[in-house]
Design a binder for this molecule. Structure first.
Ligand code: SF4
Length: 243
């Protein structure tokens, strides 16, 4: 298993998922991280995202998005929220029923648990940035397909590029697969740290997984203690040094 993780980490460290200077689109229609992208009109779409100089501009573009079938079954696009210059960014899987209804990420039961974990680690929700891999609710809260993830990933990369967090946390397998490696498993990558694009990147269990299996709470709390320590080191966030 250790060998597998090393292989995943090796691939991951070589790649950048932020917009690169002079590169409007990735080569050969393949996005950073190995994700296939939709070739038709992709260049224009990427340029449109790259032209957004703020999260508000990007959100306005996303509001009219129809790039994947999820939009048809969702009430609205749940863009994300928090400090636009947060030192800590958290990425989950996708909106659930409450999020779809309210238009905000992590506001259902899993969101309430995340708030409690963040508070215990010394973070105020408003000082971090929270979003998801896909912004429209998958029907029945199913896991988004690879095609749906690939369609929505350019928005996520653009958000990361605008917020430029110092610490990036994947909550659950879907986010780890989106941002660490397409084959990443949460049990392999959680609690490990990588450096990418000037960010410290890690993964831990999704709060919904903690609700389903309370035995994961202890390792998740250990992960969040490490996240708090990284943030203290990087930006002075978390615990008694929160600013
Ligand atoms: S999930 Fe993302 S890519 Fe799909 S329609 Fe919604 S905003 Fe667009």
């Amino acid at each position: 298993m250790a060998k597998k993780v090393a292989r995943v980490v090796g691939v991951y460290r070589q790649e950048s998922f932020l917009p690169q200077e002079g590169a409007a689109s990735p080569p050969e229609g393949v996005a950073p991280g190995g994700w296939e992208v939709q070739p038709a009109g992709e260049d224009g779409f990427r340029r449109r995202l790259a032209a957004c100089s703020s999260l508000a501009e990007l959100e306005a573009v996303a509001a009219g998005c129809r790039r994947c079938p999820l939009r048809a079954g969702a009430r609205q696009v749940v863009f994300g929220e928090g400090d636009p210059h947060a030192g800590l960014m958290l990425v989950g899987e996708g909106p659930g029923a409450t999020e779809d209804e309210l238009g905000r990420p992590f506001v259902g039961r899993a969101g309430e648990l995340l708030d409690r974990i963040l508070a215990a680690a010394g973070f105020r929700r408003g000082e971090v940035y929270i979003t998801n891999v896909v912004m429209c609710r998958p029907p029945g809260n199913r896991v988004p397909t690879d095609a749906e993830m690939a369609a929505c990933l350019p928005y996520l990369w653009a958000k990361i590029g605008l917020v430029r967090p110092r610490v990036l946390v994947c909550l659950g397998s879907t986010a780890a697969r989106a941002l660490i490696h397409p084959q990443a498993r949460i049990t392999q990558v959680r609690g490990r740290w990588l450096e990418r694009d000037g960010m410290a990147v890690t993964a831990t269990y999704h709060p919904a997984a903690l609700l389903r299996d309370p035995s994961k709470k202890r390792p998740a709390w250990e992960d969040f203690q490490a996240i708090r320590d990284r943030c203290r080191l990087a930006v002075g966030l978390g615990g008694s040094v929160s600013g």
